[in-house]
Design a protein around this ligand. Structure first.
Ligand code: IDP
Ligand code: MG
Length: 141
């Protein structure tokens, strides 16, 4: 169980202005924000970030959406961070997400689902490194 995970507030929730409420939920759930930036991904970056899904039917829709506007990129710290953040955001499809989770509260649908969360410690490390240099993270406090 690692201490770090990577989160994104996706373009739907940035555009709708829900992102402030989501940051509040992140802090209320006990995460420490080690790094944060707002960035509009290029289509090429979105394809690289989601390469694991390149054979899936929703890939084009996903990468078009993720490059359609700015996201907020977050490196988070908490005990058992990956699982804790997945529990905080809820199921991929907001219709299936437990009430009180971020996706249940703020997601529009399975594609435009407000937030991203890493699915393993290994991917958390890769995903943080995809967007942040070490100098951009507040570490070793
Ligand atoms: P996750 O974000 O809960 O880990 P994944 O299965 O890893 O879900 O899918 C990555 C992202 O791809 C989802 O968050 C969602 O934005 C999008 N996605 C997944 N399944 C579908 C779908 O059936 N239709 C449209 N978009 C989807
Ligand atoms: Mg995933």
């Amino acid at each position: 169980m690692g201490k770090y995970t990577f989160a994104m507030i996706k373009p739907d929730a940035v555009e709708s202005g829900k992102w402030g409420l989501i940051i509040n939920d992140i802090i209320a759930a006990g995460f420490t924000i080690l790094g944060a930036k707002m960035k509009r991904m290029s289509l090429t970056e979105a394809k690289a970030f989601y390469a694991v899904h390149s054979e899936r039917g929703f890939f084009c829709e996903l990468v078009d959406f993720m490059s359609s506007g700015p996201s907020i990129l977050l490196a988070l710290e908490k005990t058992d961070a990956v699982q804790s953040w997945r529990d905080t955001i809820g199921a991929t499809d907001p219709a299936e997400a437990k009430s009180g989770t971020i996706r249940a509260k703020y997601a529009e649908n399975k594609g435009r689902n407000a937030v991203h969360g890493s699915d393993s410690d290994e991917n958390a490390q890769k995903e943080i490194a995809f967007f942040f240099s070490e100098a951009e993270l507040i570490l070793n406090r």
